[in-house]
Design a protein around this ligand. Structure first.
Ligand code: AVJ
Length: 296
């Protein structure tokens, strides 16, 4: 893990998602402070029919970062796709979720693909090429630097024929106290989620992080319009792993995640840059979250 030797040190957010981390993230989505999941769901509830009218029937839904495939259930009742392709980095979790989806929707053709969205997405030739809808809910696009987000959007667009579209959920800029609370919940589930990246790395690269020596630190960076998550050393400590070692000073931080918050116009601009057209968006009454539909 070269990020640990960098200055400043970093661990990419994909290391949150071993099976324990995926479970902790599910708990986060149910926390009272964590508004994105339920706000997005309310937008889908209120405007789903309107969205569905703009998406062809019998489509192939390609969901990026599908996780527990929970959102597939709602989307399936809205647009009745013929084929569902959940893509995720967490293989075990993905295959269990895909099976649950097959059980719930016996006529749906479910074809999970294990992949890292930061790399090129290689759909095997068996996935139908027509009427594709790339679905990227939950504001996970916020994990990418804006330039990389534009890159992912254009790679998504290249998966689409002229009849394809992209449906993407985006967290919006809002009052700082709301943002802060969402990443500093009272039950410390977000802290456990952040620290779990160290336990995951210990197994993956044989590092010897002692989780008791680190604390969760999350704040809103105004200048860059993003929540930053870090792990801060509580003591001077040395961490060793297969092929490396590093000293951390007390107070030193490992950067684990950025979660960008967009203005509606800014995100529409990214979609435009990625080559999408006919961009429509729906939001909640407080304008905390937006769902964009953009055509290839
Ligand atoms: C899954 C990337 C959308 O940024 O809000 C939740 C991850 N991190 N709490 C987000 C996360 C801390 C989440 N995304």
């Amino acid at each position: 893990m070269s990020g640990l030797s960098r200055e400043p040190p970093m661990i990419p957010p994909k290391y949150f998602y071993d099976s324990h981390g995926s479970m902790l993230f599910e708990r986060i989505t149910r926390l009272p402070e964590y508004y994105p999941t339920r706000t997005e769901r309310s937008i889908m509830g209120t405007h789903g029919r309107d969205m569905a009218q703009r998406i062809p029937a019998e489509s192939t839904v390609i969901e990026l970062g599908a996780g527990n495939c929970e959102k597939a259930h709602e989307l399936c009742s809205l647009i009745r796709p013929a084929c569902y392709v959940p893509i995720d980095i967490s293989a075990d979790f993905l295959h269990d979720a895909a099976q649950a989806l097959r059980d719930a929707h016996p006529t749906l053709d479910v074809r999970p693909v294990v992949a890292d969205l930061a790399a090129d997405i290689d759909l095997d030739g068996e996935v139908p090429a027509e009427r594709r809808l790339v679905f990227y809910p939950g504001s996970s696009i916020g994990n990418f630097e804006p330039d990389d987000a534009a890159g992912l959007l254009s790679r998504s667009r290249r998966l689409l024929d002229g009849d394809g579209a992209m449906l993407v959920g985006v967290d919006l800029v809002k009052e700082e106290s709301v943002l802060h609370a969402a990443y500093n919940d009272a039950e410390n589930v977000t802290a456990a989620f952040n620290l779990n990246a160290l336990a995951h790395l210990n197994r993956l690269i044989g590092s010897n992080f002692d989780l008791r020596e680190w604390r969760h630190h999350a704040f809103f960076n105004h200048a860059r319009s993003r929540i930053e998550m870090h792990l801060e050393a509580l003591v001077d400590t040395t961490v060793a792993w297969m092929g490396g070692e590093r000293r951390f000073r007390r107070g030193e931080r490992i950067h684990t995640e950025n979660s960008y918050k967009y203005g509606i116009e800014d995100f529409a601009g990214l979609l435009d840059r990625a080559g999408f057209s006919s961009i429509v968006c729906w939001t909640d009454p407080r304008r905390w979250f937006a769902v964009f539909l953009a055509h290839a």
